[in-house]
Design a protein around this ligand. Structure first.
Ligand SMILES: [Zn+2]
Length: 257
């Protein structure tokens, strides 16, 4: 049996000579607020549920959203900082114990500097079926060999040991579907994690729509998907993020305050 030819992708194949930038220098807190607003805009957030944490390289403290504010109303000055044990060390709000899901993933996954969790609608449809979404479109290549399904999830992580158990289960996957609950997307920076978060909702929506046609989807060539995966993460994520930031700031500059 011959192995399928692997198509090369990513920056090794084509690196743009220039890319559109955000246009303003953003503080870490401003970048966080932009990420929340953008993900709320694309329908990723179930009102005030869920978190984004960002543990900058070399730090154990992490930025996080406070309890009670909706993702679409967050501004830079709302962003709190918690230590690795989830104690609030900076900020004018409180943070829920559900944040242990994030602190324990950060503890076990030094590569995952950013962890995003919420219950977007189409992810929730697929999660209700207790399966991973079928990768039936090229955007799905982003998640090739990089997804994990937590088959039993009881909904509320309120203690570090329960979160540590879950973090141990997911291994190196950057995308985790929690049955009957939602999703966790990780990345080495905000751009990569936000891109995975945005893409998984689209992937699940598309998988659902294909499923309800009742027709078996055409399968993609694995070798092509490997190249596409490299292109999406190496080339598209940063450019996507810059555009998301430009449009979010244009819609309401108040996000930066
Ligand atoms: Zn949740």
């Amino acid at each position: 049996m011959s192995t399928p030819e692997v198509r090369k992708g990513g920056l090794g194949v084509w690196a743009p000579s220039k890319t559109p930038q955000i246009g303003v220098d953003l503080s870490d807190e401003q970048m966080m607020a932009v990420a929340f607003r953008h993900l709320a805009d694309i329908g990723f957030a179930e009102n005030m549920a869920g978190h984004i944490t960002w543990q900058p390289e070399g730090q154990t403290d992490m930025f996080v959203n406070p309890w009670g504010l909706w993702w679409q109303e967050l501004t830079a000055s709302d962003i709190c900082v918690v230590d690795e044990d989830a104690h609030v060390v900076r900020g004018r709000w409180d943070v829920t114990p559900a944040i242990h899901l994030h602190t324990e993933i950060h503890r076990q996954r030094p590569d995952a500097r950013v962890v995003i969790h919420n219950h977007p609608y189409y992810v929730s449809v697929i999660a209700a079926l207790g399966v991973l979404p079928g990768l039936v479109h090229q955007t799905g290549a982003l998640f090739l060999d990089d997804m994990y399904l937590v088959e039993k999830y009881d909904g509320e992580i309120d203690a570090p040991w329960r979160a540590a158990e879950l973090a141990g289960q997911i291994g190196s996957a950057n995308l985790v579907i929690l049955a009957n609950h939602g999703v966790i997307a990780t990345g080495h920076d905000l751009a990569a994690a936000v891109y995975r978060a945005v893409s998984i909702e689209r992937v699940c929506r598309l998988a659902y729509d294909v499923m309800i046609t009742g027709t078996a989807p055409s399968t993609m060539n694995r070798g092509d998907m490997i190249g596409m995966q490299a292109s999406l993460i190496e080339r598209a994520a940063d450019v996507y993020w810059a555009g998301a930031a430009r449009m979010t700031i244009k819609a309401d500059r108040g996000v930066l305050s």
